[in-house]
Design a protein around this ligand. Structure first.
Ligand code: PRX
Length: 650
């Protein structure tokens, strides 16, 4: 393996797609319609006239009233398809039940314990309508916010689509977060109704979500009602007048529900993501442009055909699931696999078994998952027939060439191109990505999607071709976020002020001599742990909220499987002493404040943290220490002896 890899890196070998794949691809057929001969011509034409490109694709969806302008761009404010009347759920469901797709399977859902449920477009349509009517009966209307705190069960997409159908704004909270995180997000969004579950399965254990939620409900003053899905059958307490069982509130409802006629720019959802402060950012996406952008990228990047089985093995609690498990595949009329549980449960071949069982054609996952399966070895995928696969995908963090090659060889049988897609919660859709007609280089996300102008710039905002720099996007795209929820100032400040008119992604990247992009990671204090975005400040504030902790510093340490691990150093308040028990308590505390994904892999107790004279914690120094690198110049520190203290941390 490693000699193969060395050769690969030396040669900078290109992996071209097969002629058959190119010929049959959606993008090739689309290009032929417009007399476009190849990828370079496509990029030129789309960059010359982005409005032509997006107008053509937007017309493939159904508008209640046509838009008057494709784009109005007053940086940093974009309006796409303005004047258009639209509803994303109408496009995901109502449009299909009028056609032969009515009885096509929309979701094949598999529970962790192996039960399977198949929902057709018509089944889903009815469930969504009944839920939408139920929400209306609770007084939820256009513009109201609804928090959805559900695991990977079918009620999750149903609830999202139901909100969107009546114009309510959903805010999904990842079920792996703990109730405090749910409370913080529900309060920020001022939600009227929340939807949760009695419990769900993870590695055979029941996680009692409703019981956790009960601890924080009184701390969400805007909340009027809680809807509870019965799933794990664990005992829960229901508060009369406030709490309703999902089945009780939906089953008597009408099976039809008229879609709210929305403006193209009306908000669709808020999804919280980590920024550089402890306060999560409420990223706002809208109906029209988000639908067009996600639909187009799924169609062209993952090349989904009507007969395909598509599996995006992410969690719907993150943007990947919003865009590519819920909205885009349904707008396309695709059949998706959805899985409730852990990927290596009960055995490390769960995913490969499911690919075989359902004949999955296109499979999308994260590098951290691939690295975990590399560790288990190729004997697990070898037990299964994976020849149904045509294309693979990767997202969430840089994929190291070794993992890329393993994925290509052992999952893709050396036949399947890997679409390494770069994008973010804020971008809504893939922005820098291969297409099935481009040649690949392992570890590179290839080139910007048609119409997207991405660049790498230095501190002065000048394009650079040597070395790494700030990854920026120079032109608007339809599914870009429109603002941060009730924090327009932070939207402008965090993304658009460093280089006015350019979108600052927060990533460092490099472009090679062929124009291929190589993403190197975040440039801010945001960690990427197993593909999850976690801010150091958020973990620090969780640690210092413990009664015994005075200060905390959190940094990332590179990890072979997870990408990064969370390392933390804490100082204790007077009168408290370090102990293994306290370490355990602090870990538990972070789990409860944020969730297991944020729990530090390492906690060290120190007397003092290295600080500048103005009192700012020097994370740079701590980071260097953790990585075993030279700490560099520490003469500006107020307390250089603290650096040595890190070595003796308990
Ligand atoms: O650092 C980049 C990394 O994930 C960040 C976005 O995280 P989030 O908003 O949670 O969305 C993840 C799913 C889209 C980016 O700033 N990232 C995402 N995709 C890639 C990536 N890094 C390298 N290669 C990718 N393909």
């Amino acid at each position: 393996m490693s000699s193969e890899l060395d050769a690969l890196l030396r040669e900078n070998r290109l992996f071209p797609p097969s002629e058959d794949l190119i010929k049959a691809s959606n993008i090739q057929k689309w290009m032929e319609r417009y007399g476009i001969n190849d990828y370079d011509q496509l990029i030129m034409r789309a960059q010359d006239d982005p409005e032509w490109f997006w107008d053509e694709l937007a017309r493939e969806l159904e508008w209640f009233q046509p838009y008057t302008d494709v784009l109005k761009w007053d940086p940093p404010h974009a309006e796409w398809f303005s004047g258009g009347k639209f509803n994303i759920t109408y496009n995901a469901l109502d449009r299909h039940v009028k056609t032969w797709r009515k009885n096509k399977v929309a979701y094949i859902w598999e529970g962790e314990s192996g039960q399977v449920v198949k929902l057709t477009y018509h089944d889903l349509y009815v469930r969504v309508n009944q839920m939408a009517n139920a929400l209306r009966s609770l007084g939820v209307g256009k513009g109201d916010r609804v928090s959805i705190y559900l695991p990977m069960i079918l009620e999750l997409p149903v609830a999202m689509l139901a909100c969107a159908k009546i114009g309510a704004v959903h805010s999904v909270v990842f079920s792996g977060f703990w109730a405090k995180a749910f409370q913080e997000r529900a309060n920020d969004a001022q939600v009227k109704v929340a939807i949760t579950v009695d419990g769900f399965y993870r590695r055979g254990k029941v996680i009692p979500l409703k019981e956790n939620v009960d601890e924080v409900l009184d701390g969400i003053p805007s909340l009027k009602h809680l809807i509870v899905v019965q799933h794990a059958g664990c005992p829960v307490q229901m508060k009369s007048g406030r709490d309703f069982w999902w089945d009780d509130i939906t089953q008597e409802q009408e099976k039809e529900c008229a879609a709210e006629v929305m403006d193209s720019e009306d908000p669709l959802f808020i999804l919280y993501t980590s920024g550089t402060t402890g306060k999560p950012k409420g990223v706002v996406h809208i109906h029209g442009g988000y639908a067009v952008g996600t639909y187009t990228t799924l169609k062209f990047v993952f090349d989904i055909k009507d007969e395909d089985i598509w599996w995006c093995a992410a969690d719907i609690g993150w943007i990947t699931g919003h865009s590519y498990i819920v909205y885009a595949p349904l707008i396309m009329g695709a059949t998706s696999v959805m899985y409730e549980g852990a990927p290596n449960y009960p055995q490390p071949d769960r995913l490969w078994k499911m690919i075989e069982d359902y004949g999955v054609n296109v499979f999308y996952t994260a590098p951290t998952t691939i690295r975990m399966f590399m560790k288990y070895g190729e004997k697990w995928p070898q037990k299964h027939d994976l020849t149904s696969l045509r294309l693979l995908g990767s997202v969430g963090e840089p994929i190291n060439p070794e993992a890329w090659i393993w994925y290509h060889k052992h999952i893709g049988n050396r036949q399947c191109p890997i679409m390494d897609t770069w994008w973010q919660t804020e971008t809504g859709m893939h922005l820098i990505t291969p297409l099935p007609i481009t040649s690949l280089k392992p570890g590179s996300t290839v080139k910007p999607f048609p119409t997207v102008k991405a660049d790498v710039v230095d501190d002065a905002g000048e394009s650079i071709t040597e070395g790494g720099g700030h990854l920026v996007i120079k032109t608007p795209w339809p599914s870009m976020f429109r603002t941060l929820y009730h924090d327009q100032e932070r939207y402008v400040e965090a993304y658009w002020s460093r280089f006015p008119g350019l979108y600052l992604s927060g990533d460092v990247a490099r472009v090679d001599q062929d124009g291929y992009f190589w993403i190197q990671g975040r440039e801010d204090d945001v960690l990427n742990v197993a593909g999850h975005r976690i801010s150091t400040a958020e973990v620090e504030s969780a640690l210092v909220s413990h009664v015994k902790v005075a200060e905390a510093a959190v940094v990332g340490k590179p990890d072979q499987i997870k990408g990064e691990e969370i390392f933390s150093y804490v100082t204790l308040k007077e009168g408290y002493n370090p102990s293994p028990k306290l370490k355990h308590h602090l870990r538990e505390h972070v789990r409860k404040e944020i969730g297991p994904v944020a729990s530090p892999a390492y906690i060290g107790f120190v007397e003092d943290l290295p600080k500048t004279r103005s009192g700012k914690i020097m994370r740079r120094v701590i980071k260097a220490k953790v990585k075993g690198e030279d700490v560099g110049d520490i003469t500006t520190l107020a307390n250089p002896e603290a650096v040595e203290g890190l070595d003796h941390a308990l």
